[in-house]
Ligand binder design. Structure first.
Ligand SMILES: Cc1ncc(C[n+]2csc(CCOP(=O)(O)OP(=O)(O)O)c2C)c(N)n1
Ligand SMILES: [Mg+2]
Length: 577
């Protein structure tokens, strides 16, 4: 006997709630009209209406990253789905699980010339998403809804996680569905699997060749350890044997950056400590946990990975096989570290016997400067030095607050001068770097973590792209602190272009917009800061406010980004080496 009948829309919303979502990011439109009354019936899912579908998709991405669950976005097909293309590409390259639901004309009307028809007969929304999402399909029959929805969820959450897309025709949205979604067991989609033969082989590297155990053992932790919630296990392992830990920029915060064993970020905008430990003289044994080992994570491939001195742990075989001929372990990074902790008695002797030597090594590294130009953090210059903007925000911001960082020169200043103390507290779209991402993504983060402080470091160029979403933060009373590093330039590009002559300099300059007035006009608080001495007060007021605040900080575009190590590695790099 059929217990219950619901509409397609109700089935979908109920399924999202069953999977643990509390928010749905959306922009309404005719092709998803049936969802509006359905949202009225579903009290457990709060709809957040964004200014633009791209913003809604970025919000879903931010929600996914801050919650550790996934994020969902609802929009019309055609123009609405088109607006999500860059956000979904960004989610794909950063392994962020975003579920895109787009509306479509009724199956019986495909290709007839209906307004906004983007079915497979015309613009083909499903094909648009195919190269970006791991799975993109139309639900062309109500009887397929249940199993295609399950499939999309599983595809999305299977490591490495990826966005997925379902196109829901109008008649499927309004069809009667006589089945309910049953929650997918997390153990199925995120199994704690470790390839045991390879893991066993990795133990031999801890013992060392010829009975001489490696002393200079270090860890490079990437996003995989964050996805697997492995930060606590990593810390336990590092502390058990005094092993120093660097993180990639994408994983900044998975190991507390004020911990005595922290080397900080290795790679783009990273620390001197991480460079000295990992690349100046390669360590005796490097354990790479869940890093894709791309250009930025490897300091432009200046990270040398000698076969007998490297263990690379990754859920993706490709990430291992493409980057090393050494010891590769196909495993979730968290599962591997837990496995290693269970084998503790087998690595205890070599790691304890080398502990003193390792401590001396680390002390010699930490005796050297960690940051490039640390005095810039206290600069009293006007226009304001971006390093000062970052440093004063860090001082004002709680340890467990969540910072989002956008794309531009400000990303390098934040990456270098910010210290993150916990996983998922430094969030950035690292691999694609779409400008403006952080502004809407912060709305998603604030929805996922309503008790935490949320701040954004963005640029004026980024504000031009997605700044309107501060209105969404105001609409839903999310007290996000938006710090606009306003240098009246596409600063990152200007730094390269201005020496090429007046035309390149003009093309990369922007008008000096009053972003505080812009924020106020949209329901936010607004502050303009010209004197660095006023930063602390502006931050304190914004953090105490119940409304979002847009802080327009007049910044100096001429400040070089703190990427000297990166530039040196780039100068030395050759693809054919
Ligand atoms: C969508 C998109 N378009 C273009 C770029 C190329 N780009 C990278 S940084 C940048 C300038 C960013 O300007 P702004 O937000 O003012 O930050 P600033 O560099 O001044 O700190 C540009 C144009 C990009 N990353 N993303
Ligand atoms: Mg700028």
């Amino acid at each position: 006997m059929k217990e219950l009948t619901m509409l397609g829309t109700d089935y979908i919303l109920d399924a999202l709630v069953t999977e643990g979502l509390g928010h749905l990011f959306m922009v309404p439109g005719g092709l998803v009209d049936p969802f509006l009354p359905a949202l009225g019936r579903q009290a457990a899912l709060r709809p957040i209406v964004a200014a633009q579908e791209g913003g809604a998709a970025y919000m879903a991405d931010g929600y996914a990253r801050a919650s550790g669950n996934f994020g969902a976005v609802l929009c019309i097909g055609g123009p609405g789905l088109g607006n999500t293309v860059t956000p979904i590409a960004g989610a794909r390259t950063d392994g962020s699980p975003v579920f895109v639901l787009s509306g479509e004309v009724s199956t019986a009307a495909e290709g007839l010339g209906l307004f906004q028809d983007a079915s497979s007969q015309t613009l083909d929304d499903v094909a648009v998403m195919k190269p970006l999402a791991r799975y993109s399909s139309s639900v062309d029959n109500p009887r397929n809804l249940n199993h295609l929805f399950r499939r999309a969820l599983i595809e999305m959450r299977t490591p490495p996680m990826a966005p997925v897309h379902l196109s829901i025709p109008h008649d499927v949205q309004t069809a009667a569905i006589d089945v309910r979604h049953a929650r997918i067991d997390p153990a199925i989609v995120h199994p704690a699997l470790v390839a045991l033969d390879a893991a066993e082989a990795s133990l031999a590297l801890f013992a060392g060749a010829g009975g001489k155990p490696p002393a200079r053992v270090a860890v490079l932790a990437g996003a995989g350890i964050e996805h697997g919630s492995g930060a606590a296990s990593l810390r336990q392992f590092a502390e058990a044997f005094d092993i120093p830990v660097a993180t990639t920029l994408r994983a900044k915060g998975v190991f507390p950056e004020d911990h005595p064993l922290s080397l900080g970020v290795f790679g783009y905008a990273g620390t001197h400590h991480a460079r000295i430990a990992l690349s100046d003289t390669p360590p005796d044994l490097l354990l790479v946990l869940g890093s894709g080992l791309d250009e930025r994570d490897t300091l432009r491939w200046s990270l040398v990975l000698p076969p007998q001195r490297t263990i690379v742990v990754n859920a993706s075989t490709l990430a291992i096989g493409q980057n090393t001929t050494g010891c590769g372990v196909v495993a979730d990074a968290h599962a591997y570290v837990d496995w290693l902790l269970r084998q503790r008695d087998r690595v205890e002797a070599p790691l304890q016997s080398t502990r003193a030597a390792r401590t001396v090594w680390l002390a010699s590294i930490r005796a050297q400067p960690r940051l490039q130009d640390p005095d810039h953090q206290a600069s009293a210059a006007q226009p304001i030095h971006p390093a000062r903007i970052v440093a004063d925000l860090r001082s004002a911001f709680p340890r467990d607050g969540i910072l989002l960082v956008d794309s531009g020169a400000h990303r390098a200043f934040a990456g270098h001068y910010w210290s993150a103390y916990a996983p998922r507290t430094y969030i950035s779209a690292t691999n694609l770097g779409p400008m403006g991402w952080a502004i809407p993504a912060a709305v998603g983060v604030a929805c996922a973590q309503p008790t935490r402080k949320v701040a954004v470091i963005t640029g004026d160029g980024c504000m031009h792209m997605h700044g309107l979403e501060v209105a969404t933060a105001a609409r839903y009373a999310l007290p996000i602190v938006f710090v606009v590093v306003n240098n009246a330039a596409l600063g990152n590009v200007w730094l390269r272009a201005h020496s090429e002559g007046p035309v390149p300099a003009e093309l990369t300059s922007l008008p000096d917009i009053d972003w505080a007035a812009f924020g106020k006009s949209l329901g936010c608080d607004g502050e303009t800061v010209r004197d660095p001495a006023d930063l602390a007060h502006a931050y304190a007021r914004a953090l105490a406010s119940k409304r979002p605040t847009v802080i327009d900080v007049k910044a100096d575009k001429r400040c070089a980004t703190p990427v000297a190590d990166w530039s040196a590695a780039s100068a030395a790099w050759s693809y054919h080496e």
